[in-house]
Ligand binder design. Structure first.
Ligand code: CTP
Ligand code: CA
Ligand code: CA
Length: 670
């Protein structure tokens, strides 16, 4: 453990933990060793959505298909060897009774509504995938989880307790369409004070660093729903439990209640990981799928991580992981633990070395970030074969406008909650081009306005020449602004003074003739940010791993197209705001807020974030198109277990082995 624990005068009677640690738990601080973070991930999510919608029995094999590929496989189908790598025909060969449900689609010429259609799989040319049904289920699940967590907040039956715990809640971060992180710390604090009155702070208590009394129990009763990670040879299960163990036990109870509520109310099963930080919780949730939760107690962390390849840890899957492997001749966490900080520093820059040194020891202070609002919405279509006329393209613009409008309505545009300020069209021939335009503030946004704006943008692209054949077209809206809040007048939407000026300057239709080879902010940023970096440098783990998929909503057609080798999984998309934890209160963090892009690890000023995301977006389209060109030329890999890119989703398996069998409760890791 990397936390310094104060020496206790009476190790037998006193806890390792102090009143200060407990108060930090109350505040959900990342600095307490009592911290408890859960990661909850729905099992075979899209497949479960279809099972719930169709009322399919849980033991019926079912997979969701998009065109001829499978994009989600339920747990009843997995024993037949059915994976996402298979085609629909291959799946039927392995399991003739499998239910293959195609995703909902929009269809050219059939208005702006998505629908489930029996013949979609044959209509890649006229249909466009809609993930709306899954987004809607995701929202319901999130709401159910929040409601359940709410029930665990303070009760007012006891005035003393109420005063101590009033207003404490769990924070919840949507990490992708089917997963959330929950910071349970404040809730657990409430429960601890309720159950163990000796922990309540007394007004006379002067010394916050005094050790807490020892928990009044020597054996914790873990329920069957929790799988405990074993402690390994150096851990001792016989040691009396301390408060960190009790915290995990209470956390497990809350997580179980949350999962149970989702099952009872909506009939979805999910798996969860519970530990002291996001990294460990996320690895944990994948350990015992489906429908179980895995607890990584403080005393099990080292043994747990020791069994992983460090390349399975987030941010170490790519280049950095390759470099570290090359430098130290190993991929194993257990080997890297023998490398000193100085040795790491000799090969890597100081901050990366310190980050790596900490992360393989289970140290991750990334906050749970409860931002829930979507930052942009994208609707896209790849054309095979390419399209060749304005007329064909316009049909798709109608669908994009309808798709985005439907999502804006869900987002509350009719109630004037928020509205986007910018619309962007991306167009791809040999090169990628994008055009943006401000959405006129005076107009109400509806489908036809979006379509008209999109059409104008397309005309500009066509006017520039060489627009056909077009292999990919997409429309996005971004730069959301809060709408008329409560009593505010409609003018709330109108841009104000400097804001208006800067917008019209920055979103003048750009001549983005091709994807910039250089990062836009590299060119434009004049101020040397090394000073800022000194304050704000966050090693890769500080990047929020839980970027909201719908934030940079690249999930739509592009992502859902399964087997997208090289495309980032949802958890790699979007962005994370970095807050300077250690300088809290000393400087105005908002002013210097930096955004570290999880895609390229560059530190970008917050005001350039949108443009930066746009740049990645264009780049993604470029990569996707190249991959499509390659994959259409290649046949499917013969061995479905070792295709290129098959592990790009970076799951938290164990040392490259497959996931444990269903029902396996305690894992004996070598
Ligand atoms: N998804 C996808 N394409 C991918 C990865 C994921 O379309 N390359 C979709 C899947 O259809 C899936 C959802 O995103 O249902 C969530 O993905 P993930 O959690 O990775 O897998 P699940 O299907 O939920 O399976 P598991 O039980 O292993 O979590
Ligand atoms: Ca899942
Ligand atoms: Ca997931």
């Amino acid at each position: 453990m990397s936390f310094d624990l104060p020496a206790s005068p009476d190790a037998v009677r006193r806890s390792h933990y102090t009143h200060r640690h407990l108060q930090l738990l109350r505040h959900g601080s990342t600095a307490t060793p009592l911290r408890a973070i859960a990661h909850v991930d729905l099992d075979a999510f899209y497949a479960q959505c279809e099972m719930v919608r169709l009322g399919t029995p849980r033991d019926t094999p079912l997979a969701v298909r998009q065109w001829d590929s499978l994009i989600a496989v339920n747990y009843a189908a997995r024993p037949f060897g059915i994976t996402r790598m298979l085609s629909a025909t291959e799946a039927r060969e392995k399991c003739p009774d499998i239910v293959l449900q195609h995703v909902a689609t929009f269809r050219e010429g059939e208005g702006g509504k998505w629908a489930y259609r029996d013949d979609s799989f044959r209509n890649i040319k006229t249909d466009k995938v809609s993930l709306d049904p899954y987004r809607a289920e995701s929202r319901k699940i999130l709401k159910t989880m929040k409601d359940e967590l709410e029930r665990w907040c303070t009760d007012d039956s006891e005035p003393e307790l109420y005063a101590l715990t009033q207003g404490l809640t769990a924070s919840l971060e949507k990490a992708s369409i089917d997963e959330v992180f929950i910071d349970l710390s404040p809730l657990i604090y409430c429960v601890l004070l309720r159950r163990y009155p000796e922990l309540r702070p007394s007004p006379q208590e002067e010394n916050k660093d005094a050790a807490l009394p020892f928990p009044p129990t020597t054996a914790l009763m873990w329920g069957p729903e929790s799988c405990l990670i074993e402690l390994g040879e150096h851990g001792n299960e016989e040691d009396d439990p301390d408060w960190d163990d009790v915290v995990m036990l209470v956390g497990a109870e809350i997580v179980h209640a949350v999962r149970n509520a989702v099952w009872e109310k909506l009939h979805y099963t999910c798996s969860a990981g519970l530990s002291r930080n996001k990294m460990l919780a996320k690895l944990g949730s994948a350990c015992n799928k489906p429908n179980l939760q895995t607890v990584v107690r403080n005393r099990a962390v080292q043994h747990f991580l020791g069994g992983y390849k460090f390349t399975q840890i987030r941010m170490l899957g790519g280049k950095l992981g390759d470099q570290v492997t090359a430098f130290f001749g190993t991929e194993k966490v257990s080997d890297l633990l023998n490398v000193s900080l100085e040795q790491l520093r000799a090969k890597l820059d100081d901050s990366t070395a310190s980050w790596l040194y900490g992360i393989i020891r289970g140290d991750d202070r990334t906050e749970v970030n409860p931002r829930t609002q979507i930052k942009s919405m994208l609707s896209a279509k790849s054309f095979r074969p390419s399209i060749n006329s304005m007329e064909q393209a316009e049909k798709w613009l109608h669908i994009f406008a309808a798709d985005i409008y439907g999502r804006l309505v869900e987002d509350g545009i009719l109630e004037n909650r928020r509205r986007p300020r910018v619309i962007t069209l991306h167009h791809r021939t040999v090169q990628s081009r994008s055009r943006q335009f401000p959405i006129p503030a005076a107009n109400a946004i509806d489908e036809s306005l979006l379509f008209d704006l999109a059409k104008n943008l397309l005309r500009q692209v066509v006017g520039d020449g060489q627009a056909w054949p077009c292999s990919n077209l997409s429309l996005s809206v971004s730069s959301f602004e809060d709408g008329v809040a409560k009593n505010k007048a409609i003018e709330g939407f109108l841009l104000r003074g400097e804001q208006a000026k800067s917008l019209s300057h920055s979103i003048r239709p750009r001549d983005a003739e091709s994807i910039p080879s250089e990062h836009p902010s590299d060119k434009r940023r004049k101020v040397d940010d090394s000073g800022i970096k000194r304050f704000f440098f966050q090693p890769p783990n500080a990047i929020d791993p839980a970027s909201n998929v719908e934030d940079s909503d690249l999930t739509s057609e592009n992502f859902a197209a399964s087997d997208n080798e090289g495309l980032q999984p949802p958890s790699e998309q979007g962005s994370g705001l970095v807050t300077p934890e250690i300088f809290e209160g000393q400087i105005d963090s908002a002013e210097l807020m930096q955004f570290i892009c999880p895609r390229c690890s560059k530190s970008i000023p917050e005001y350039e974030r949108e443009e930066h995301n746009d740049w990645h977006f264009a780049k993604d389209l470029d990569i996707q198109d190249r991959q499509e060109a390659v994959t259409t030329q290649q046949s499917r890999p013969a061995n479905p277990t070792t295709p290129r890119g098959s592990n790009t989703r970076g799951r938290g398996g164990r040392g490259g082995k497959s996931k444990p069998e269903k029902g396996q409760m305690r894992l004996a890791f070598q």
